[in-house]
Design a protein around this ligand. Structure first.
Ligand code: AMP
Ligand code: GLY
Length: 440
């Protein structure tokens, strides 16, 4: 079977890497892929834009592609799945209507209210004055969100009125482009955040291992939001009992509500959750795709061949699949970024030491790199996701940080505290981190 993967981040590198472990997968073609996928055996990059739906369809039809896996939200929200399906192709990734669950936070809130899914209280505004009046009436802290896609940067958790008002004004001044037509003003939730990536064929929905992601640029979860600076899985805060509640109170009702709106959703439903101090799961946001870097820590632990799961979703046969099997242990990913990210940064810096990091057992997923005659160079804000597994979260984190030491490029920045909650939780509750792993 030949599979085409759309996207060029660490997530798509991890998806490709996992697909290639399956005996049934002959070749993976990445559109456009990264410096990492360029050098993998049985894999090739196709220099085509992710928005070139026609080119992608033509290539897939001529080359007998069995499945197209769409990584990023932008082509999904623009309708890549609708187009490819109309050409008779099998796609893992929701249609344009389904992708609204990420592309419009107001639409997603409405769906959650309708389906009684636990989430932060919110109000939506289309003009600045009523929005500011509402902010003043609510008090602090408060969360301001631009409605549409803003690459994870349209959210401000404001602790002062000045911050809140500046954030509201920025949205209406068009700081987030199309995402600036509407603003959501939301109650600020507290607790631990977890990412639940669940795969679905539109009827059946199954969660993957829970992961925890580090969105802020600075240590101690400070500074600006980024695409994600690191992750680990499984997140011990999600016990088997809590996962069952998430399934019953969030995942199942969401898929049912999508079906009620005649949306045939086949792909990943990513639920970003806050686990409140009372232990209740509440939705912060939904995404319509695999998380990045969460995918880099979930897939290394997956025992079931990934292609089987994704094909079953695309063909609406997930219910026939046996339970998803997992490897014991944990995985951790430390993102190495370019100095200045998420604001301005330089590209084109030569990267060394990736091979040495991999010899030690790490998997180095490329987020923003290019292969050039002079070697591998940086080509993005997030550059590499250095991932390792271990018997425990602590060991996986130690192994990932050990691998990071081998890698160098001018201006490399990474957070030193990835996994801090898990290390703390582990100290408090002994070996609970292992308890959500199914017996093997
Ligand atoms: P989002 O793009 O919606 O995931 O938001 C980015 C980040 O902002 C989240 O990962 C949270 O850390 C934070 N955030 C968003 N909404 C809330 C909320 N209602 N309460 C507290 N933090 C939030
Ligand atoms: N890591 C956050 C995201 O994928 O949206």
């Amino acid at each position: 079977m030949k599979i085409l993967v759309v996207g060029n981040g660490g997530r798509e590198h991890a998806i490709t890497w996992k697909l290639l472990q399956s005996e049934k997968v002959q070749q993976v073609i990445c559109v456009p892929g990264t410096g990492g996928t360029a050098s993998m055996p049985r894999c090739r990059n196709l220099a085509m834009n992710v928005s070139d739906f026609e080119g992608t369809a033509r290539f897939a039809l001529v080359n007998g592609i069995s499945l197209i896996v769409v990584g990023p939200e932008v082509p999904l929200a623009a309708g890549i799945t609708d187009f490819l399906q109309s050409q008779g192709l099998n796609v893992f990734g929701p249609t344009k209507l389904g992708a609204q669950i990420e592309a419009s936070k107001a639409w997603a809130k409405d769906l959650m209210h309708e389906a009684k899914i636990p989430t932060a209280k919110a109000a939506v505004f289309t003009a600045v004055d009523p929005a500011l009046a509402y902010v003043r009436a609510q008090g602090l802290p408060i969360v301001i969100k631009a409605d549409g896609l803003a690459a994870g940067k349209g959210v401000t958790v404001a602790t002062t009125s000045e911050q809140a008002e500046t954030a509201v004004q920025a949205v209406f001044k068009g700081k987030f482009g199309d995402a600036g037509q509407r603003v959501l003003i939301e109650e600020c939730l507290t607790g631990q955040e977890v990412s639940i990536l669940a795969i679905t064929d539109g009827i059946t929905i199954r969660p993957l291992l829970p992961a925890q992601d580090y969105k802020r640029i600075g240590e101690g979860d400070t500074g600006e939001n980024t695409g994600g600076m690191g992750a680990y899985a499984p997140a011990p805060v999600v016990t088997p009992a809590l996962m069952e509640r998430i399934q019953q109170e969030i995942l199942e009702p969401t898929i049912a509500a999508l079906r009620d709106r005649n949306i045939d959703y086949r792909g990943v439903l990513y639920a970003g959750l806050m686990i409140t101090p009372q232990g209740d799961p509440k939705v912060i946001e939904f995404n319509c795709r695999f998380g990045d870097p969460e995918t880099q820590v979930v897939l290394p632990l997956l025992e079931t061949p990934l292609d089987e799961l994704l094909v079953a979703c695309a063909h609406q046969r997930l219910a026939e699949q046996p339970a998803i099997a997992w490897k014991p242990g944990a995985a951790a990913c430390v993102v190495m970024a370019s100095e200045g990210y998420p604001e301005t940064f330089q590209k084109g810096k030569v990267i060394s030491g990736v091979d040495q990091a991999e010899v030690g057992g790490a998997m180095v997923f490329h987020a923003g790199t290019q292969s050039k005659p002079q070697g591998l160079i940086t080509d993005g804000g997030r550059v590499l996701g250095v991932t390792a597994v271990g018997d425990s979260i602590d060991e996986a984190l130690d192994n990932a940080y050990e691998a990071v030491k081998h890698i160098q490029f001018d201006g490399a920045y990474y957070r030193q505290d990835i996994g801090h909650q898990a290390r703390r939780t582990k100290q408090k509750v002994g070996t609970e981190s292992d308890s959500i792993l199914p017996a093997t």
